[in-house]
Design a protein around this ligand. Structure first.
Ligand code: ADP
Ligand code: MG
Length: 213
């Protein structure tokens, strides 16, 4: 079982739907520890991605083409910290997915490249209460699952579970990167919005793999 462009297109659609559904929740998380725009930012971005894909004469033939559209659109529409961060993540992911189908190692490569993009851009490490606290465990879990011989769907599921745990783990953390760090100790007690949106994105990737059949 491998993942192809159908999966990538469904991933984007399910992400757009779940970002829309969680918009207020993400914004509320960002309101308490940031500037209250994360849900709005991402919803604007993924709505634009859907519009761009919908307007194409021909649907993309490869995963990397889909991810590149996501990247460039998020970069131009999302703004804030998360636009460039997610934009770079999807751009790096596109660079390693210029192949017709992804096997388990291909999924690992996609996730590793995304994390590398985020850290290259934002210079955050795990423990600083950012989206890296969801991405880093997701990548570690994906590597372990692929190493154990799991298929791509299970590799994604392991990554998404780890991202969810990672997002939850940001609640007690004191932010030392990004806008939330201006709050110092007061940033503790709320989940990081970028880690929460990372969980949604990876969860959508799993559902896309399942629904695609
Ligand atoms: P802004 O912080 O400019 O308001 P958003 O609200 O769109 O941007 O996104 C905020 C999220 O971006 C944070 O919750 C955090 O997860 C992530 N973030 C901010 N700075 C960094 C960084 N340097 N590295 C990784 N992630 C970061
Ligand atoms: Mg914000």
């Amino acid at each position: 079982m491998t993942l192809d462009v159908t999966w990538a297109l469904l991933w984007v659609r399910l992400t757009a739907e779940s970002v829309r559904a969680a918009k207020d929740e993400l914004t509320e998380l960002d309101r308490v520890i940031g500037d209250g725009d994360h849900g709005e930012n991402l919803d604007r971005g993924f709505t634009a991605v859907s519009a761009k894909l919908g307007a194409l004469e021909e649907q993309p033939a490869r995963i990397d083409e889909v991810l590149k559209i996501v990247a460039t659109t998020l970069m131009s529409k999302v703004g804030g910290a998360s636009g460039p961060l997610y934009g770079t993540a999807f751009l790096r992911a596109a660079k390693v997915t210029g192949i017709p189908e992804l096997d388990s190692q291909g999924v690992v490569a996609l996730l590793e490249a995304a994390l590398e993009g985020i850290t290259a851009r934002g210079h955050a490490e795990a423990g600083q209460k950012t989206m890296v606290d969801a991405w880093q465990p997701a990548v570690d879990a994906a590597e372990a699952a692929a190493g154990a011989g799991d298929d791509p769907e299970r590799v994604l599921a392991a990554a998404a579970r780890a991202a969810a745990d990672g997002a939850r783990s940001t609640t007690p953390m004191v932010a030392t990167k990004g806008r939330a760090s201006y709050l110092g100790e007061r940033s503790a007690g709320h989940e990081d919005p970028g880690a929460a949106s990372t969980r949604l994105i990876l969860d959508a990737a799993v559902r896309a793999a399942e629904e695609r059949g």
